[in-house]
Design a protein around this ligand. Structure first.
Ligand SMILES: *Cc1c(COP(=O)(O)O)cnc(C)c1O
Length: 404
């Protein structure tokens, strides 16, 4: 036994501090499938109540979509439950390959490779491509998985301030001659603020300075851009962005899986050198079938992403009119700024009591003093449901003196 009093008391001290600061992450049990109307047991052990969900990454409402579930069932029937293998031993079915092809086409890239998650995709991509002669220039606000992925490779890392193109260019100038390769890394959508990275300007700088661009479009794939291909489509730079990493765990059905899409040689390198690809289990057949169905749906019509866009605009307009402090933007991520962590948690709790499920975000997920409630719209929300959410925000907001 090495779980000593010293370790125990150190952990207890830290956890007490987390709780006292109002930063404890308190999971709520959902007793239904994922969707707009969910049944939540909160506090734990109490009678479950039905509430409206405004905090899922279920942007297109596909998490429990009948045809996706049907496709997953077909996957289960035709190809079984699990693979019991990594891809290169005996874990690749025809469907895995078909999904990679579909994702490459959807994202406008030459080829694509499937990982168990986007966290894994990001853990693989830097180490496989870059070494100590290279420099990675990354946005201050990139996702934790990109930060960790960069940490796993030996390249030098320089951070530029969020979406600050002058700062990025200064770095490019500094490193152009000194580095073997330069890689620019950004999220397509910064998920805590709901704002887009300026990929048009990043693509132009990358071209000028000969840098490779990797964009994590997890909060964009499926709905940003005219046909939902992502932020690169939105800015008209599908070819100007070399590599897209993204998740199947958000808009694209919300189960699991990560993608790296880009030039053939990069994808081939990842099949040979991507450690999470080589050493972690293959994505199960029902999920692969479900994801293929999702891509099929999105290739047929833009109806869902169009509805989502309208829903987000409608919610923003009503909340602004009510006097809430929103981060301006055009994505279905709408942060309601509150500042104080305890206030954010209190407000989320009171909203839940009003039947609106949202979550307060605080440090370390966002900077200290920038706590917020992050509202996420879905194509599956009706106008009436959005009205109910806004009404609840106004009622609770007045009570807590957030608005007048
Ligand atoms: C959600 C998210 C991830 C993680 O995706 P998983 O597939 O759940 O591992 C990675 N990057 C970004 C930007 C994300 O938003």
């Amino acid at each position: 036994m090495a779980y000593t009093d010293a370790i125990r008391s150190r952990l207890k001290k830290t956890l007490d501090e987390v709780r006292e600061a109002g930063l404890a992450k308190d999971e709520r049990y959902i007793r239904s499938e994922q969707g707009v109307e969910i049944t939540v047991e909160y506090p734990k052990g109490s009678e479950p109540v039905t509430v409206l969900n405004f905090c899922a990454n279920n942007y297109l409402g596909l998490s429990s979509h009948p045809s996706v579930i049907e496709a997953a069932r077909r996957g289960l029937d035709e190809r079984g439950y699990g693979m019991s293998s990594v891809r290169f031993i005996c874990g690749t079915q025809d469907a895995h390959s078909a999904l990679e092809k579909a994702m490459a086409d959807f994202l406008g890239k030459e080829d694509a490779i499937l990982f168990a998650s986007c966290f894994d995709a990001n853990a693989a991509v830097f180490e496989a491509l870059f070494g100590e002669e290279d420099v990675i220039l990354s946005d201050r606000l990139i996702h934790a998985s990109l930060i960790d992925g960069i940490r796993l490779c030996k390249a030098r890392r320089e951070i530029y301030e969020n979406a600050d193109m002058e700062h990025l260019e200064r770095n490019l100038k500094t490193w152009k001659k000194k580095a073997r390769n330069i890689c620019i890394v950004t999220d397509g959508v910064f998920s805590m603020d709901g704002i887009l990275a300026p990929l048009d300007r990043i693509a132009a700088l990358a071209k000028e300075y000969g840098a490779l661009v990797i964009v994590d479009d997890s909060h964009a794939t499926g709905f940003i851009g005219k046909t939902g291909r992502g932020v690169h489509e939105h800015f008209g730079v599908i070819d100007g962005i070399d590599v897209i990493t993204t998740t199947l765990g958000k808009a694209l059905g919300g189960a699991s899986g990560g993608i790296v899409a880009g030039p053939k040689a990069i994808v081939e390198m990842l099949r040979n050198r991507g450690r999470p690809y080589l050493f972690s289990n293959s994505v199960p057949p029902p999920i692969v079938y479900g994801a293929l169905e999702v891509i099929g749906l999105l290739e047929k019509t833009t109806e869902l992403r169009d509805t989502l866009e309208q829903n987000a605009a409608y919610f923003r307009e009503k909340m602004e009119a009510a006097g809430f402090d929103l981060v301006p933007g055009e994505t279905p991520i709408v942060p309601v700024m509150l500042g104080d962590a305890k206030l954010a948690n209190r407000m989320a709790g009171d909203l839940l009591a009003e039947g609106i499920y949202v979550i307060g975000f605080s440090y370390p997920v966002v900077p200290v003093g920038k706590a917020r409630i992050r509202v996420q719209l879905s194509a599956a929300h009706t106008k009436e449901q959005i009205d109910r959410a806004v009404d609840a925000f106004i009622e609770v907001g007045r009570k807590l003196e957030v608005v007048t």
